[in-house]
Design a protein around this ligand. Structure first.
Ligand code: CS2
Ligand code: MG
Length: 411
């Protein structure tokens, strides 16, 4: 079964998405997500100018061989652009193989290990009353776990607070999309000491309001030093978090040794990691409890399954990244992996906007707090090319942070 055609489709219904569409001589179509938030066009060029010419005429059944070929023959390995491009090819080939076998991809990965995947949603508020309303909203939507992000007194705009910007027509909300359309990134402010003082009081209030059982997650979004993260993890212990995510910048893996020394709050990391090697020390030394890798930024389904199988040996679970900058294709890919692996932990689920759901028709379901990819052959997502054509690419950037003295800080 030969790859006859490869198209790189860029569309911007609610936000920019990059999709690879492969077609074989037997008429099977496979989709792969290559969306890299705020740097989308770099991956478009990597695919169009360097990868697509190598795919035409290749045997679509040889997924592992094609992955290794694209990874090793590039010489310049790893990194978000390369791995997003390889991810799109890998996902599209698994989609094709599922269609050729007339099976959903999770069946090819070993079949279902559970009836559905626990999902968490993004609850947030500038203050506690707004946060409580957002948590109730998510419980009404059917979520059984929520991530809690809160404003910090004295700071104008910080990561993850939905209500702080409704741009136009009520469609483009912050929690739908952190990247802002425009020619320049927006600047936000940050103060770690103010955040460390405030956050425990918020979790105390949430536990008082919603009780001890509701799984609560929080994203530190790469902003603390190791000792600040240790202090936060310790101060949050009374509130029994499901996890504290990205507590320190991910490059410095040593940092987690110090955090681990001081707190038993479970740690999740890895949404910006691109290969299993980024996790090697963290998994081997039990420095994390959840692997946050995402199919789109990690090279696809093949390596995602491998890192989860590696983590399983250390009783570390999956916690795949699932924001709106992972397209419905990339999201479906990780639902198939999540359904098949034994060590599934939880799946992030930020819901896409209505225009996006018209462009990408999905067979996935969300019922009683559980996600399921559906049983359509392949990944279960179809791309409406005409609908996609209505929304051309629009420049957009993620915000960045400056401290009070003007120093650039992790966003
Ligand atoms: C975040 C993301 O969902 C998360 O855990 O860390 O929203 C992240 O900020 C975006 O994916 C960046 O593109
Ligand atoms: Mg995160």
């Amino acid at each position: 079964m030969i790859i006859e055609r490869a198209d790189v489709i860029v569309t911007s219904p609610n936000r920019n998405f990059v999709t690879l569409r492969l077609q074989t001589d037997e008429g099977h179509v496979g989709l792969g997500d290559a969306t890299l938030n705020g740097r989308e066009l770099a991956v478009v060029s990597y695919l169009k100018d360097h990868v697509v010419p190598l795919l035409i005429g290749k045997d679509a059944h040889r997924i592992e061989d094609t992955w290794q070929f694209l990874y090793r023959s590039s010489y310049w390995r790893r990194g978000p652009v390369t791995m997003a491009a390889i991810a799109a090819v890998d996902m599209a080939l698994w989609d094709i193989k599922g269609k050729a076998a007339n099976m959903p991809v999770y069946q090819l990965l070993g079949g279902a290990s559970r009836s559905g995947l626990m999902a968490y949603g993004h609850a947030s508020g500038i203050d506690n009353p707004q946060l409580f309303d957002s948590i109730r909203e998510h419980l009404e939507l059917g979520y059984r776990s929520v991530r809690v992000q809160t404003g910090v007194p004295g700071l104008k705009a910080i990561y993850g607070i939905a209500a702080q910007s409704t741009l136009d027509g009520g469609e483009e909300r912050y929690d739908h999309e952190p990247a802002r359309r425009g020619a320049q990134p927006t600047e936000e402010d940050w103060d770690t000491r103010a955040y460390l003082r405030h956050l425990p009081t918020v979790f105390e209030a949430v536990r008082n309001e919603f009780g001890p059982e509701l799984p609560l997650l929080h994203d530190g979004h790469h902003r603390m030093t190791p000792i600040q993260a240790a202090k936060l993890g310790k101060s949050l212990e009374p509130y029994d978090l499901f996890w504290l995510e990205d507590c320190t910048p991910a490059e410095n893996q040593e940092a987690l040794r110090l955090v681990r020394q001081h707190t038993t709050t479970p740690l999740a990391i890895g949404e910006i990691f691109n290969t299993v090697w980024d996790f090697q020390a963290l998994i081997k030394e039990q420095l994390i409890d959840y692997v946050r890798a995402a199919s789109t930024h990690f090279g696809g389904i093949s390596p995602l399954k491998k890192v989860m199988d590696y983590a399983a040996q250390y009783q570390i679970k999956s916690g795949c990244h699932g924001p709106t900058d992972i397209s419905p294709v990339g999201f479906a890919a990780q639902l198939h992996v999540g359904l098949a692996i034994h060590n599934f932990g939880i799946q992030e689920y930020m819901q896409h906007g209505s225009r996006t759901n018209e462009v990408f028709q999905q067979s996935m379901t969300f019922e009683n707090g559980l996600l399921h990819p559906g049983d359509n052959p392949g990944l279960g997502v179809e791309l409406n090319v005409d609908e996609a054509g209505k929304y051309p690419y629009e420049q957009a950037y993620l915000p960045f942070n400056r401290l009070a003295d003007g120093t650039v800080h992790d966003w």
